[in-house]
Design a protein around this ligand. Sequence first.
Ligand code: COD
Length: 302
Amino acid sequence: MLTELSQLRDLLDKSHKPKRLVLAASEDAHSLNAVVNAANQNIIRPVLVGDKEKTFGMAEILNLDISKYEFVETASPKEAVQTAVKLVHDGQADVLMKGKVGTSDMLHSVLNKEYGLRIGKLLSHFAYFEIETYHKLIAVTDVALNIAPTLTEKIAILNNAVKVLNNLGIEMPKVAVLGAIEKVNTEMDATLDAALLSKMNQRDQILNCIVDGPLAFDNAVSFESAKHKEIKSDVAGDTDLLLMPDIEVGNVLYKSMVFFAKAKVAAIIVGAKVPIVLTSRSDSEQAKFDSILLAAVAADKQ
Ligand code: COD
């Protein structure tokens, strides 16, 4: 059972060769620190794309030696993202990482029809949390990409996340599909989708996981709460993955876990040609390092 994000290190393939990681808009202190740290541990081999003067100036202040890394100079963050995405598109890198550039600019390049990274699947965001008050790592999806997923999109988001968890050695992850309550309320769409997803799982239309829903957050993560409410569930209290109803709920949960509960987090976009490290600009250097580690493990299994 995974209880700490640092355990991801043990999941790199025994024959792991450092993954080629392209950092788009490299003039970002937390990203640079995390990238150099991961390179020093042979997890990745970086290619920096961005403003050369700013990046080297920042590296000097941070006392980081980036002189040995490949550097592609670009005139703006937007150009940096396009260049980085094209490098991945052309098969020259195994992982893409967002530096000092907006999420929307990054995603639009990634989704670009000519040079983007789509492989005919829905892309989705996967966040993995280490939180003191829970007995194992817990994944949350989708808190940053798909805004208001339809049932069809929720199936794809769920399958994307289950594939990541299966690749991390969790053979039958327990998936809680969240609602505000644990009973179906015909006025609450999230509870209807949750019930359908559970039934699809029972009928083998969604595989390699155990899905239950709707579950409210408390009974998804607490045995006590589930017992108190007399909920019979194979998932309640022991959830590996929380499936969000929409981006607002997901994003607020993500930020409250980090800011109020001091959770550690690793986050990537999955379903694209390669894993994409897409942490928020306010995320810590540790979060960026753990996300690189998660992306490297995912790239090993890609
Ligand atoms: N997976 C695969 N293809 C997609 C996806 C997806 N998740 N989303 C859109 N596409 C395809 C569309 O089908 C289309 O062919 C093409 O990509 C472009 O789509 P557009 O032009 O409709 O782009 P939008 O308007 O759908 O925008 C896509 C975004 C990912 C930018 C949008 O969903 C978005 O803004 N998401 C939220 C990002 C955000 O602000 N996150 C904040 C986190 S802190």
